[in-house]
Each structure stands twice: as C-alpha cells, then as structure tokens.
Design a protein. Structure first.
Length: 189
C-alpha cells in the first residue's frame, strides 16, 4: 500500500489590501507565492504519493478580514484538513537592496519540520544558485506556532534584490521544483 502524504501549501499573503505582500522590481510577493504554490501542488499530485491543499486556490482568493484572521484561516484550513506537513511560501524583502538569498523558518530545531526544511533549503540553493541563509528557528511566526503538524515557512529569495527578483520573475517553476525535490529527499521517495 502506498503511503499518501497530505501537504498543505500556504501561498503567503492576500491579493490586495490587508495582508498583501512585499513589492519590488515590478513584482508582487502574493503573485509569486500564488504561482509557485500552484506549480508545487501540481508536481506533488502528479507524483501519486501526495494529496495537496492550497490556501489560495485562485489568484483572487482572500483569506480572513485582517492580518490576524488571514493567518488564522490558513492554519485552521491545514489543521481541519489533517495535513501531514505545512509549507508556507514567501518572498523576503529588505530596506537594504543588497540583501539576498534563501532561508527557511521552523518553530524549533528539534521539530520534525527541521529536517525537511534543511532539504528544501539545500535544493533551492543548489538549483537556483541563491545565497544560503540557512534554516532558522522562529517561535513568533503564527503559522509555525499554531499548526498541529510540522510546519515551515520558506523565504524563496529577496523581492527587493535585483538578481533575486529576476529569479522570482522567471524561475517560479524551478523554485517549486526545488521545494518538491526537498520534500522527496526528506521522505526518501
């Protein structure tokens, strides 16, 4: 019997208004995260070992009525669905245009999410050539604190950095493929 893993893919931020994402170099974070999430979901479903759920099934999907309720809606969806893993996709931003690279956040280094986060981080860095900022612990992020399954928040690259922004614009499928490969590597598939 095949073991089916349920992966909840949270495409960070709402299309506009409250909880909208960062912007830079003509890109909007919420558009990048939406598309990377769709690609990742398709890759996982084609594999046959996964079921997926997207937090934003359409680019127009708005979750919640405020920042807080938007985050709460994402967590509730994953918890109620009984996801095995929660992956929140984001683009980083900084006042410093030189800041660049990829990093993944987990609630705790002792969490089962840490190993998968390391594999995802390694795959993105090796496939896209982004700067390796590592896997970091962050106990303040709502989606990491409130999920009842191993959860990670992936900061693909900096939307405010010119070279990272080019990757975010033209290599969205490659980001999704790298996350997919990281998941497979971690699960030994």
């Amino acid at each position: 019997m095949i073991n089916i893993y349920k992966i909840f893919i949270d495409q960070g931020h709402n299309p506009q208004g409250f909880n909208a994402g960062a912007e830079g170099h003509g890109l909007r974070e919420q558009d990048v995260t939406y598309q990377v999430g769709v690609y990742l979901s398709e890759l996982l479903q084609e594999n046959g070992n996964f079921e997926t759920m997207l937090s934003r099934p359409t680019p127009e999907t708005v979750l919640g009525t405020s920042n807080a309720t938007s985050l709460q809606a994402r967590v509730n969806m994953a918890n109620n669905w009984g996801a095995d893993y929660f992956i929140s996709i984001h683009c980083n931003a900084s006042e410093n245009p030189q800041a660049n690279g990829t990093e993944v956040y987990v609630y705790s280094r002792s969490s089962p999410a840490f190993g998968m986060a390391e594999d995802i981080q390694q795959q993105i860095v090796s496939r896209l050539g982004t700067k390796d900022l590592g896997v970091k612990e962050n106990t303040s992020l709502y989606v990491l604190r409130r999920t009842s399954m191993p959860a990670m928040l992936v900061e693909l690259a900096f939307i405010t950095n010119e070279s990272d922004a080019q990757l975010l614009r033209y290599d969205q499928y490659q980001f999704a493929y790298a996350i997919y490969q990281g998941i497979l590597q971690y699960l030994g598939l």
